[in-house]
Design a protein around this ligand. Sequence first.
Ligand code: PMP
Length: 317
Amino acid sequence: MTDRSAGRTMKIWRDGELVAWADATIHVMSHVVHYGSSVFEGIRSYETPSGAAIFRLRDHMRRLHDSCKIYRLPMKWSVEELMQAAVDTVAANDLRACYLRPVAVRTGEQMGFYPIGVPVETFIIAYNWGTYLGHEALVNGVDVSVSSWRRAAPDTFPTLAKAGGNYLNSQLSKAQARVDGYAEGIMLDSFGYVAEGSGENLFLVRDGILYTSPVAAGILHGITRDSVMRIGRDLGLEVREQNMPREMLYIADELFFSGTAAELTPIRSVDRIEIGSAKPGPVTLAIQERFMAIAKGRVPDPYGWLTPVPTPVGAGA
Ligand code: PMP
């Protein structure tokens, strides 16, 4: 059985203060517990030759602000303040490679779901988290299925907000996939077009062209997705954001997931139909290699994607 506390660290940032892990608690009457009112981010810090560096920190904190705006949730910290808080949290825990989870929640102790005026608290958690779908998955790829659960229709739950409540939908899809023996489920949107995985965006390669679903297809506007598109274009690929019918998955030359947690995970089969040669293909490998090389500081970062975390004075190298 996995030890679910293995990722824990020492300090959590709580509205301007670094508190002990055990003290970062909220009351059971908090609005978020009953009505799912949280917005959050998932960010990675990588170990580079010059210390810890946080990947696309500004973009993540901007998306957190966007999620707050969509849900009319007042966020009292600016993007810059949240960026500094993330850097402080990594440094205070003396971490290099880790996963960061900023989360803003409606708390208070009142009954009723009307959200306006309910107190909001913001936390940044640093967590020791390795590969999301496993190291094997990054190297050999995963077997997935098309989920019978769909992403929410555009006028129901806004998928551009990374809100806790959206992950009830993700939980249904992920649990179904795992119980049925797959690593992950691909969800279609409410019109039947390919959307994304339960916690990853999706890319398809056919005849050397890189395809991904448009933001209107019930997806999260993934930051890794954006990184993949930019790297793909800079490697000379044509990149198309377009709706894709389900069967395009089966006849793809290559398929892969992208996400902060999943990084670039190749897909080996969909519904037991082998994709291409059932091995990570050349386009997937080229983008995966370039992405990891930039994130881990092995090559210069031409995009300004890394925010270095200064090593505390007096700490060993
Ligand atoms: N879609 C969903 C539903 C997700 O939860 C995630 C992970 N945040 C992604 C896509 C990938 O987004 P990103 O690359 O910004 O991590």
